[in-house]
Each structure stands twice: as structure tokens, then as C-alpha cells.
Design a protein around this ligand. Structure first.
Ligand code: SAH
Ligand code: SF4
Ligand code: F3S
Length: 472
């Protein structure tokens, strides 16, 4: 195929159903067997939620799915740009795809998601990864049928990165992998511009979904038998901004909590700057809302927090944690931490360690700072050697490992309500699930319990999980 890239026009008024039917007919006429798609997500929960919509569209167009590249007529990678490693993995994966495409030149290769919203990435794909046929951004998912049709009928490469800022498209089909837990995006994009972060540049401005659409989706999921709803957004605490209705995240939680049924509500991510006492009181008052808060602090030094553009101090953060511990029974916290932000000193880092010891998180997601082109932090002097940052990173892991284990040990002898979500990983005949605090719990039991809430008396604690006996 000639290396011609066709930029797609903005297609707000387009009849997308029409294109779904067109691709379906094309497939019936040109494929002998059911064509299979290989789809992989590289990113966060939002990225996975987008992938579920993409799979919904593909299924509607007549695709089945495979986990074997050699059987795939279509390969789609939904990418992430948050750290350099994520991008390297995508390019490595595309390189490894070359022999498959050589063997099956008709294979359609699509690359979408956050990473391709950067000009230098698109330039690299056009120059060095000619095997890629379709490139599209996070706002263009709904136009996938049109892109595929254009590609099939004209044989050119298709690109659709137009940022039409329409927020989350309603009504797209969703093909969910899980039958027990469901993610429900409540907003898209981010307005916060933390100085290290690429997300606002690749996902665009924050747009909230109408609460009636969210509640209707949740209600439908509960009716289908889902037992856990995860409300998703880059900063759920600022939910509602720009909507005509008078709503905020606390009120949305109340609405979802009011849906009848036996299910749990989780949410992420909470930005500390927008975490209000009203919200913490609501978490305490809503019986279906879990007592676990993922509240990324990123760093414990006020000077670095300011450079990061986070809009809170360590003291303000600790005050929120104190209030939550006082008002939400058995509340647990998890957090994201960045080690080695430009200009961070060992003294700054020790403040992070002190904060971690004070909050006592049950789990931390720790990241070494990764320079992202186009962000403000990318322009800041970054004198500390990588090896030194790695030493700090390991020091932090050791501190956290000890705290995590102590917290887990405190559950021994207690009985926890666990949502069983699959078979256990350690031994035959075991089951795995999560307690309300989101800690992994394993117990013996039959597969019939998968998808049910059970009580488990904890007998053993490890760093990553609790083990116990099911009480029947
Ligand atoms: N919106 C969420 C999460 C965004 S991305 C929030 O505000 O918390 C998930 C995590 O990746 C961030 O919390 C941060 O810890 C990390 N991260 C983002 N950009 C990074 C970078 N350039 N280098 C290292 N870690 C980064
Ligand atoms: Fe990135 Fe900050 Fe937005 Fe989170 S809140 S996505 S860290 S800019
Ligand atoms: Fe998620 Fe990565 Fe995009 S973390 S929002 S997939 S840059």
C-alpha cells in the first residue's frame, strides 16, 4: 500500500450506524470466515474502558475476537503516554508485529489512544511503522466504523485525531470482559495540568457526563447482575463542572447509592485539592460506597508539590486523611507517588517518607519521574542522577512494604465481606476476591461462589494478600 495518509474530516452529523452496516456488508462479501480482532490496552482504567467501547463497535461490525496474533484480521493497540516506558512498549510491540503483517498483508493494524495524540508519535509511525493502517485519538472512537470502511474501500492509511471536544459519546455499544465488576467513566479529560503530566494534553479538557446517563448505565449494569461499579475520571472530585444540572461528585455518589440492589461502589481518582468534607461525609453515609480512597499525594514536600502544580500542602492533605479516619469506619488509603521530580532533593524525599509513615497507606503505586515532552516539568533542571533516584525509590519501597504488611496483619482474626471475583492464584480449589478496602483475599471454596459476596475469617496475612476461611 502506498504511504498515503487520509485525514478524516470532522463528522459530527455523520450517521455512524450507516457505516457499521457498510463494514458489516463488506465483511460478508470479502471474508470467508468470521474475521477475528486482536485488541490490547496499554493504559489505565480509562483506557480499558475506551477499549470496551471499541470492542463493542467491532462486534457490531461483525468481528469476533482472538488472543492469537496469527489468527487476527485486525490488530488494535490502545496506547498510553503517561510515562516513557509505556511508549517504548508500544513501539516494541509494533516492531514485533512486522512478521505477522508480512505473512498476512491484509491484516488491518490500528493504533489509538493517548500516545497518538502527540505529533512526534504520529510522525514516527508515519515514517517508520508503515504497517500501521489506522491511527485515531481518544475522541474519535465513535468514528471507527467510518475509518475502517474508508480503509477497506480506498486502501489508504486513515488518521483521525481531530479533537472535537464532544466529551464522552453516549450510546456506543460496550463489550465488557468482566461480568462481576464494571467501570463507568463519569467524565473525560483533565484540566489540572500537574506540571509533570501529559494527560491534559492528550485527553483534552475535562467534560462530565450527565448524571442521568451515568445513573441509567449503572442501573442497567446492576440489573444485569454486576456487583461492583467503579466510577472513573482523572479527577472525579471535580465531577459536574460545566454541566447545566446542579450536581457535584458527592451528589452523584448519593444517586448511584440510591439504586436498589446488592452492590459496591468504588471510584477513582480523587484529587486532594478537590476532596471536600462534604464528599468524605457522603462516603461515610452511603452504605454501598467502599471505605477505600485512592488519594494520590505524589510527594510530601510542599516545595515540590508547588512545583508540581498540585494546589495543596502536605498539611492540608494530612488534615483530609485525619478527617476521613475520624468519620469513615475502617477507612483505608492508597496513593500514587512520584520519586525524582526535577529539583527534588533527598530532604524533600524524606518528607514523602514521613508522610507515608503518618498516613499508613495499605498500597502505593510508585513511579520514577519520567520526562514528558510538552509538559512544564520537562523544562525544569533535573540534576539528580538516575542511580540516586533509584536508591530513593528502593528506600521508599522498603518503608511501604513494612507498613503494608503491618496493616494486613492487623486483619488476622477479623471477618471481612469479600466479593469473590475468580479462582485463587496460589492453589487448586481456592478463590480470590477483594474486601471493601480493596485488599486481595484468598480462601478455599467452590467456583459457584464466583460473583458472590461471602464472609471470610482471616487467618494469614502477606504483603499482597490476606488468606482466610469462608464462613458459610
Ligand atoms: N489523574 C490521576 C492519575 C493520573 S496518571 C491523578 O491525578 O492522580 C497516574 C499516575 O501516574 C499519577 O498519579 C502519577 O503518579 C503518575 N505520573 C503521571 N505523570 C508521570 C510522569 N511524567 N512521571 C512519572 N509518573 C507520572
Ligand atoms: Fe495528570 Fe494531574 Fe490531571 Fe491527574 S490530575 S491526570 S496527574 S494533570
Ligand atoms: Fe490513561 Fe495513559 Fe492516557 S494513564 S489517560 S492511558 S496517558
Amino acid at each position: 500500500m502506498a504511504n498515503i495518509w487520509q485525514q478524516q474530516p470532522l463528522a459530527a452529523a455523520l450517521d455512524l450506524t450507516d457505516y457499521t452496516a457498510k463494514v458489516k456488508n463488506y465483511i460478508l462479501e470479502h471474508f470467508e470466515d468470521l474475521p477475528l480482532a486482536y485488541v490490547h490496552s496499554f493504559g489505565c482504567q480509562q483506557n480499558t474502558a475506551d477499549t470496551e467501547k471499541i470492542k463493542g463497535l467491532l462486534a457490531q461490525m461483525g468481528y469476533g475476537f482472538t488472543t492469537q496474533l496469527e489468527n487476527a484480521s485486525l490488530v488494535l493497540y490502545n496506547t498510553c503516554a503517561v510515562r516513557e516506558n509505556a511508549e517504548k512498549r508500544v513501539f516494541g510491540t509494533l516492531g514485533a508485529l512486522k512478521p505477522y503483517k508480512r505473512q498476512n498483508p491484509k491484516m488491518v493494524v490500528c493504533v489509538c489512544g493517548c500516545m497518538v495524540e502527540q505529533e512526534h508519535v504520529v510522525a514516527k509511525i508515519k515514517k517508520s511503522y508503515q504497517l500501521v493502517d489506522i491511527v485515531f485519538g481518544t475522541h474519535a472512537i465513535k468514528r471507527l466504523p467510518k475509518m475502517l470502511y474508508e480503509h477497506f474501500t480506498h486502501q489508504y492509511h486513515v488518521i483521525d485525531l481531530l479533537d472535537d471536544q464532544q466529551g464522552i459519546a453516549e450510546g456506543l455499544p460496550i463489550l465488557r470482559e468482566d461480568t462481576i465488576k464494571a467501570s463507568v467513566p463519569i467524565m473525560n479529560g483533565c484540566d489540572n495540568f500537574c506540571s509533570y503530566c501529559i494527560v491534559p494534553y492528550v485527553r483534552g479538557r475535562e467534560k462530565s457526563r450527565k448524571s442521568e446517563d451515568i445513573v441509567a448505565e449503572c442501573r442497567q449494569l446492576i440489573k444485569q447482575g454486576y456487583k461492583e461499579i467503579l466510577l472513573l475520571g482523572q479527577n472525579v472530585n471535580s465531577y459536574g463542572k460545566g454541566l447545566e444540572e446542579n450536581i457535584n461528585f458527592a451528589r452523584l455518589l448519593q444517586k448511584v447509592n440510591a439504586i436498589e440492589g446488592d452492590f459496591r461502589i468504588r471510584f477513582m481518582t480523587s484529587h486532594p485539592k478537590d476532596c471536600t468534607y462534604e464528599l468524605l461525609d457522603t462516603i461515610a453515609a452511603c452504605e454501598k460506597v467502599c471505605n477505600h480512597i485512592h488519594l494520590p499525594v505524589q510527594c510530601g514536600s510542599d516545595r515540590v508539590l508547588k512545583e508540581m502544580n498540585r494546589h495543596y500542602t502536605a498539611g492540608q492533605y494530612l488534615e483530609l486523611v485525619r478527617y476521613a479516619k475520624e468519620h469513615i469506619p475502617n477507612v483505608t488509603f492508597t496513593s500514587d507517588i512520584i520519586v525524582g521530580f526535577p529539583g527534588e532533593t533527598y530532604e524533600d524525599f524524606l518528607k514523602t517518607i514521613a508522610l507515608i509513615k503518618e498516613v499508613r497507606y495499605h498500597l502505593l503505586y510508585t513511579f520514577l519521574y519520567s520526562k514528558r515532552m510538552g509538559t512544564r516539568a520537562a523544562l525544569m533542571p533535573d540534576p539528580v542522577e538516575a542511580a540516586e533516584k533509584s536508591r530513593w525509590f528502593n528506600e521508599l519501597l522498603q518503608v511501604q512494604d513494612a507498613i503494608g504488611l503491618e496493616i494486613n496483619q492487623s486483619y488476622v482474626g477479623k471477618t471481612l465481606r469479600v466479593l469473590i471475583d475468580g479462582p485463587g492464584r496460589t492453589a487448586e480449589g481456592t478463590l480470590c476476591g477483594r474486601c471493601e478496602s480493596n485488599i486481595i483475599v484468598e480462601c478455599k471454596g467452590s467456583a459457584a461462589y464466583i460473583g458472590q459476596f461471602v464472609d471470610v475469617k482471616i487467618t494469614q496475612a502477606f504483603k499482597w494478600a490476606l488468606v482466610g476461611d469462608m464462613i458459610i
